[in-house]
Design a protein around this ligand. Structure first.
Ligand SMILES: [Zn+2]
Length: 185
């Protein structure tokens, strides 16, 4: 479930409550829902996002969002636009946030980010051009691939899987969880 249950139905504006719903297999689950007549259910499905492990001139670029504490660097991420192909979303985010053009992208994997109820669709993106930071980022760092240290959460797991696929040994980075969610823009 989302961290923010709706108070009111977005369809008919009645107050939502906890209701027991029974599916076709007879399994009962408590959901946040409107009346039977309206039929709205807040399923709380995870929101899909893309993450880009950006390779530029042989190095990997990790970025720090403005809302993150010093020392937190991760993949360039963003929400998909309506009907947008994930690969196009990756190219758009890399262009918006780093000013780079993606020449090729390859899926690394998909990862749940429980804290924000998001699914991260993570790509290795090979990019060209000159870095120009977008409004969402505070700073970035460049790493030779063998110097990356993944963290055990969300996009960090993509970094680890990418390093494994390259045969690069690594040590996990131990870092505290982020409790402030980056602003959605
Ligand atoms: Zn309703």
């Amino acid at each position: 479930m989302s961290k923010e249950p709706y108070a009111f139905c977005p369809r008919c504006a009645r107050a939502l409550g906890e209701r027991t719903l029974v599916d076709v297999d007879g399994v009962a689950t408590v959901r946040r829902a409107c009346t039977e007549e309206c039929g709205f259910v807040q399923w709380g499905n995870p929101t899909p996002c893309v993450g880009a492990l950006v390779e530029h001139e042989g190095e990997i670029i990790l970025a720090r969002n403005r809302g993150w504490p010093p020392g937190f660097f991760a993949l360039v991420t963003g929400y998909l636009e309506a009907q947008e192909d994930p690969r196009e979303a990756v190219a758009r985010e890399v262009r918006e946030e780093l000013g780079l053009e993606v020449a090729a992208s390859h899926l690394i994997g998909n990862y749940i980010f429980e804290a924000k109820n998001e699914v991260m669709l993570c790509y290795h993106a090979i990019a060209t051009g000159t870095v120009r930071l977008g409004a969402e980022l505070a700073e970035y760092r460049r790493y030779p691939p063998e110097r990356l240290r993944p963290w055990k959460r969300a996009t960090g797991l993509a970094v680890a899987d990418w390093m494994r696929s390259r045969g690069l040994p690594f040590e996990w980075l131990d870092r505290p969880p982020l409790d402030t969610a980056p602003e959605r823009t």
